[in-house]
Design a protein around this ligand. Structure first.
Ligand SMILES: Cc1cc2nc3c(=O)[nH]c(=O)nc-3n(C[C@H](O)[C@H](O)[C@H](O)COP(=O)(O)OP(=O)(O)OC[C@H]3O[C@@H](n4cnc5c(N)ncnc54)[C@H](O)[C@@H]3O)c2cc1C
Length: 384
């Protein structure tokens, strides 16, 4: 059974490619998600396949993308995360790197790397966070020492999504210690770069498919040609990329919530208690009605934020509202769906525990709920 949310006026979308995402989710994600989550199988082949189909959604056609725009991207994330949020997070981080490279002023680098990122020949990773710098990204200390012909990079990056699979690492490094955001540059590294060491996968409560690792640089050389964003521009590019990523997280949480409703409705239609189907008990209808209201509110806000990206004027405050609401309401909706399934909701086979953990993990990605409140609070203070 498929839960049908209300239709939203989100502007033009490519329905064929959204249908392709729903089909991919049913054929590839649904049957494999539990094994990926338990670490019993690797999602890498499926990830490269998904990249070739979906990573170019918002990349312009003249650069090799599909040029379908942000609203289509949001709908695709919904359909994929409906079946497996962790896998979709891996795809989204790669897609964000791809979009960032597509707007790099280093055209030679863009032309060399973008086709591989769009085809899935290369998987991308985004390295901003460090063991000592998470919410406050200006505090990064990984040092890019200027040397003849480029930079020698030394330091440690943490929480590298796709660390297990990535071929290209986009690393934000400090070229001028003490200069804060102004000294930050974005440098591209191949996995095979001497001095770059990817560490083993982190053992998390969920989203194992994201292949998240830590990573060290020990005098790893990045030539001038690998500078994707120079000092003075890189931090701004990182913050724009994080806004794009927050929108994606919101979309995925909404999708995971809709997937939980798929399960809950199917179960409530089938399961009999006290002589009637669960769905015929008003108390159960009220639980599911509240969940549906939460989904509608969250999707409305997410597509409102998406429209601003579509028109080239992203609104960081609106996006922060969307990400905060979607991560919270997604968690609550999945939890309520588990309630509808009773004890059966606790069995891994229904996928609800996996999705609940993945939504909780996503609350930490691209800025926590508190950091969304920092962004929102800043705009409130400006009005006071
Ligand atoms: C699975 C996963 C994948 C990730 N992938 C990537 C990736 O690919 N690339 C990347 O660069 N990063 C990645 N991250 C890192 C993520 O962006 C950080 O975890 C996040 O920014 C929070 O940083 P932190 O964990 O260091 O928390 P901290 O900054 O140490 O914060 C700790 C707690 O304090 C709160 N807090 C911090 N500052 C304030 C404040 N001013 N006011 C109130 N409360 C505050 C936070 O909300 C949090 O609850 C990933 C994280 C996870 C969990």
């Amino acid at each position: 059974m498929t839960y049908q949310p209300l239709a939203l006026a989100h502007g033009p979308v490519n329905q064929d490619r959204i249908a392709e995402a729903a089909d991919f989710a049913d054929r590839i994600l649904a049957p494999n998600a539990e094994a990926w989550d338990k670490g019993e199988a690797s999602p890498e082949t499926a990830l490269r396949d998904a990249i070739s189909r979906f990573a170019g959604t918002a990349v312009p056609r003249d650069l090799g993308g599909f040029g379908d725009g942000v609203a289509t991207q949001v709908r695709i994330y919904e359909e994929l995360a409906r079946r497996d949020m962790g896998f979709t997070c891996a795809l989204a981080v790669h897609t964000n790197v791809t979009v960032a490279i597509s707007v790099s002023p280093n055209v030679a680098l863009r032309d060399a790397v973008l086709p591989r990122l769009l085809s899935g020949k290369a998987v991308g990773a985004f390295l901003l966070t460090e063991p000592g710098a998470g919410s406050d990204a200006t505090a990064i200390t990984t040092h890019a020492q200027p040397v003849d012909g480029g930079y020698a990079v030394t330091g440690r990056k943490a929480w590298v999504t796709n660390g297990l699979y990535a071929d290209i690492f986009a690393a934000f490094c400090q070229t001028d210690p003490g200069s804060g955001a102004r000294g930050v540059a974005a440098l591209g590294f191949a996995r095979t770069t001497p001095g770059l060491t990817v560490e083993p996968a982190l053992d998390l409560i969920g989203s194992t498919a994201m292949g998240t690792t830590d990573l060290t640089f020990d005098a790893a050389f990045a030539p001038e040609q690998a500078v994707a964003f120079a000092p003075g521009t890189a931090f701004k590019a990182a913050m724009y990329g994080i806004d794009v990523a927050r929108l994606g997280v919101a979309a995925m949480c909404n999708g995971a919530a809709m997937g939980a409703m798929d399960r809950a409705l199917a179960y409530a239609a089938d399961r009999q208690t006290f002589g009637r189907a669960l769905i015929d008990h008003q108390g159960m209808q009220w639980i599911l009605s509240d969940a549906a209201t939460a989904i509608e509110a969250s999707r409305s806000l997410t597509f409102q934020a998406a429209r601003h990206f579509e028109t080239g004027r992203p609104d960081a405050t609106l996006t922060a509202h969307a990400k905060k609401l979607a991560t919270r309401s997604g968690f609550d909706t999945i939890s309520q769906a588990m309630r509808a399934l009773g004890a059966n909701g606790l069995k891994r086979g229904h996928g609800l525990a996996r999705q609940l953990a993945a939504v909780r993990v996503s609350e930490c990605m691209d800025g926590t709920g508190e950091i969304m409140n920092v962004v929102i609070g800043r705009s409130l203070k400006a009005q006071a």
